[in-house]
Design a protein around this ligand. Structure first.
Ligand code: GLU
Length: 491
């Protein structure tokens, strides 16, 4: 009897404790959350949001902040006439918690609207529809249905809609299904693991897949999992709805004016392929287009004390020597300058070839000066990587190289560290965060190849044949050619 009473008593105690806790949390949330109502934001002049550091949300690109979510939130801040203040959460659960506790006005992080999340936060209207894609390595058999997932290694991000999908699947139809959830990884790393053959499958949203696929040629989407889903911003439930109502107005406006489709097109409209144009194409283009710009490259080479063929090789890698080139992230012109770089180098019109070559060459020379303690040729390759991915990220990669026992002044070592900047466990500790670290490696390799080809092209009486890289005789000293490996990059 006494025991029963004690149990009941304990139960009562526990219940009242839980109730108190709930009250405290609600009051806290209510009091801090109210700071993010529309009037408070206008009064403070600051819109505070939380996001994730990933290629589809928010990241440092060359010398500017990029990301679909970041740009969308910036547009909203402009619409409200206030400043945007961005914080980054480590994982999806922390992100939702930031919203719940009222630390931020909302989360803009490529969040899928799920019934489970809708119990914790208030979603805005949706701005993008996505499907979940099962990603596999193309050298493996293409999975045709869900049974292919059994007894395979599948990894997804922890607390994601993808993990939720698998939980539901396991509970409802496939109790034997297993998978791993990673707290410390984001989708690009998981896609990389599939590419490398470390795991069999991962799941990513279709927009993420579009942004990533160009960088991982050995993976493809096998199946769409489940129905289409909506991405939306997540607001706290403890607000007066004034801000979420404003966001509805904003989404309606950007839909009607076409601004939203423009943003989608820029980020997800086309797969971005790494430029891997072959030797013959390069030489054909050199014959056709280079003469138009050669003098400009030569002039700038003298001004900046750089080999003109290197500048020309940058120009080709950047734009294929097209002065009107544009990319989806807003870089423009023959040397593909960002707006910030153009301003810094005094370029008024980025689409003017002369200005672009002048600005680009001077910018490259400036980057080289910033690495003045490094011996050639590494200094050139490292400055080139900075031209592509931004000085800050290269500095981060140098620090990582040092930490891993490599030589931070050697391109061969930095080249191993740069791709680590796509992995959360590494970029988390860096100053500039996530970077598409594979890109500068590919970029430098291409430029070196183009440079070698231009040097080769100037040899007396060159023969424009495709070289069989396995043909040793081609590289012997008495063949009359420099030791140029046109088809294979050996560095
Ligand atoms: N849309 C996914 C979600 O809301 C993103 C997950 C991820 O990229 O890891 O969970």
């Amino acid at each position: 009897m006494q025991h029963e009473f004690a149990c009941k008593h304990q139960w009562l105690l526990k219940a009242s404790f839980a109730l108190c806790l709930l009250c405290i949390v609600s009051v806290l949330a209510l009091s801090s959350g109210s700071r993010h109502d529309y009037d408070d934001i206008i009064e403070s002049g600051v819109l505070k949001i939380v996001t994730r550091n990933s290629p589809t949300t928010y990241y440092q690109d060359k010398d500017q902040i990029s990301g679909f979510e970041y740009e969308l939130a910036s547009m909203f801040a402009d619409f409200l006439g206030v400043k945007l203040d961005v914080t980054v959460a480590d994982n999806l659960d922390d992100l939702i918690a930031e919203v719940e506790t009222g630390n931020v006005a909302f989360a803009a992080a490529g969040l899928t609207v799920t019934p489970e999340r809708a119990e914790r936060v208030l979603f805005s209207s949706s701005y993008l529809n996505v499907t979940q894609k099962l990603v596999y390595r193309i050298s493996q058999k293409r999975p045709k249905d869900l049974s292919a997932l059994i007894n395979k290694t599948m990894v997804v991000t922890a607390h994601s809609s993808h993990a939720q999908y698998l939980h539901d699947l396991q509970q409802n139809t496939m109790p034997e299904l297993t998978w791993i959830e990673r707290e410390d990884a984001e989708v690009s790393e998981l896609v990389q693991m599939v590419e490398n053959g470390e795991i069999d499958f991962t799941i990513v949203d279709s927009n993420e897949f579009e942004a990533l696929a160009g960088f991982y040629p050995n993976v493809a989407g096998a199946l769409d999992l489940g129905d289409a889903q909506e991405l939306a911003w997540a607001f706290s439930q403890y607000t007066d709805n004034s801000l979420v109502n404003k966001s509805r107005e904003f989404f309606q406006l950007i839909r009607e004016t076409g601004l939203l489709s423009q943003l989608e097109e820029r980020y997800y409209g086309h797969l971005r392929q790494i430029d891997n144009v072959g030797t013959l194409t390069f030489l054909a283009q050199a014959d056709k287009r280079l003469h138009k710009y050669q003098e400009l490259f030569e002039q700038e080479a003298i001004t900046n004390d750089v080999d003109w063929r290197l500048l020309a090789a940058i120009g080709y890698q950047e734009s294929h020597w097209k002065e009107l080139a544009r990319s989806r992230t807003g870089v423009r012109g023959l040397m593909m300058l960002t707006r910030t770089t153009a301003k810094e180098m005094g370029v008024k019109n980025r689409l003017n070839a002369e200005q672009s070559i002048k600005g680009g060459s001077a910018y490259f020379a400036k980057l080289k000066r910033r690495f003045k303690n490094i011996a050639e040729p590494d200094r050139t390759w490292i400055a080139l990587a900075a031209y592509n991915v931004g000085y800050g990220h290269v500095k981060d990669a140098q620090l990582l190289t040092k930490e891993h026992g490599g030589n931070p002044d050697r391109w061969m070592d930095i080249k191993e560290s740069l791709p680590l900047l796509t992995q959360k466990k590494f970029y988390k500790k860096t100053k500039h965060g996530y970077a598409r670290g594979y890109e500068p490696v590919e970029y430098v390799q291409n430029i070196r190849r183009f440079y070698d080809l231009l040097v080769w092209r100037e040899q007396p009486d060159p023969t424009y044949t495709v070289v069989d890289a396995n043909d040793e005789s081609f590289f012997t000293a008495d063949s009359g050619y420099r030791n140029i490996p046109p088809l294979v990059v050996t560095h």
